[in-house]
Design a binder for this molecule. Structure first.
Ligand SMILES: [Mn+2]
Length: 321
């Protein structure tokens, strides 16, 4: 694996031909934004570019997608991944085809495993979209309205609407540059749709989640476990679960919030969030996962009770550091 600077990455992309752009499973605003911003930029240069994802893009992000997206396959000259810290996060269908084949990865996760041949990593960037913005500027790409919408949304969603401590002066300057260039984008409406508006189903789910909250370590660790049984009982749709990782952390006094989602029988996907000092990336790495210091994830195969115990134990150790 070779690390590239923004400048070198820009050069690499200018020289490359048609591209496949891979984003992570359970796609979020940042990977969708960085993937489509890059694809749109490459297309404007006459290259073919296609964004590939293991899962369908949730409807609420439809406004970011190009109106006519390429459906046709082609032989890519370069395979790029954006916002994907670990190959495992491609999800099964992409992993099957592209494991070990990523030529260039553009990312902002300090935990990036270095699976790509070349890596442009800025661990201080708030979002992959922030890195893509720098690269596009370096390439001399015109930040069109469509690209601006993608980049703004990616940065807004990965920073909790400019609230998390990954926000730097640079993050705000990029957002400001985008806003200056495109005064007609409805930023407040995007923010509202990304952060305030919930479906009625989700509203009802929040009520169920409140009832399911479990408190550990004198209320410093709050956990919610969403089993398949619970999903079926309340007919909860998978799409309603988006963004619930921060839910337990809303409770006063909680330092670490954990959400367990049962994917298959006794297979749990874990999201962990930290309010302040505890490094949840380190904790999740113990279970083969990773992420950021304040937002990380992993997967555990065991019963719910065992998974909870292992996680709470690991959090307790993490708090003593
Ligand atoms: Mn991201």
């Amino acid at each position: 694996m070779k690390e590239l600077t923004v400048k070198e990455t820009a050069k690499r992309l200018l020289e490359a031909g048609d591209a496949y752009i891979l984003i992570h499973r359970s796609p979020d605003g940042d990977c969708i934004g960085s993937g489509y911003a890059l694809a749109t930029a490459l297309r404007s240069m006459g290259k073919r570019a296609k964004v590939l994802c293991n899962d369908a893009i949730p409807e609420r992000y439809n406004f970011m997608l190009p109106k006519e997206d390429t459906a046709d396959d082609f032989e890519p000259d370069i395979i790029i991944s954006v916002d994907v810290a670990d190959e495992k996060l491609f999800g099964e269908s992409l992993l099957e085809k592209y494991a070990g084949k990523t030529d260039l990865c553009i990312d902002h996760h300090i935990s990036n495993t270095g699976y790509a041949k070349e890596l442009c990593l800025d661990g201080k960037a708030a979002a992959a979209c922030q890195v893509v913005y720098e690269i596009l500027k370096e390439m001399g790409t015109c930040i069109t309205r469509k690209i601006a919408i993608c980049l703004y949304t990616g940065i807004a969603t990965d920073t909790g609407c400019f609230m998390y401590d990954n926000v730097s002066p640079r993050t705000l300057r990029i957002a400001a540059e985008i806003m200056e260039q495109h005064k007609d984008i409805p930023y407040a409406i995007i923010n509202r749709n990304m952060f305030i508006v919930k479906s009625m189903g989700r509203m009802k789910l929040d009520k169920i989640l409140i009832e399911q909250l479990e408190s550990y370590i004198d209320g410093k660790c709050m956990l919610v476990c969403i089993t398949k049984e619970l999903m079926e009982k309340y007919s909860i749709d998978e799409s309603e679960l988006e963004g619930i990782a921060g839910f337990p952390l809303q409770v006063e006094g909680v330092q670490v919030g954990i959400v367990l989602k049962e994917r298959e029988d006794n297979v749990f996907r874990i999201s962990m969030r930290s309010a302040d000092n505890v490094n949840v990336s380190e904790i999740c790495q113990k279970f083969g996962g990773g992420g950021h210091a304040k937002a990380a994830g992993c997967c555990i195969e065991s019963t719910a009770e065992e998974a909870k115990k292992m996680l709470v134990d690991a959090v307790m150790k993490g708090m003593q550091k």
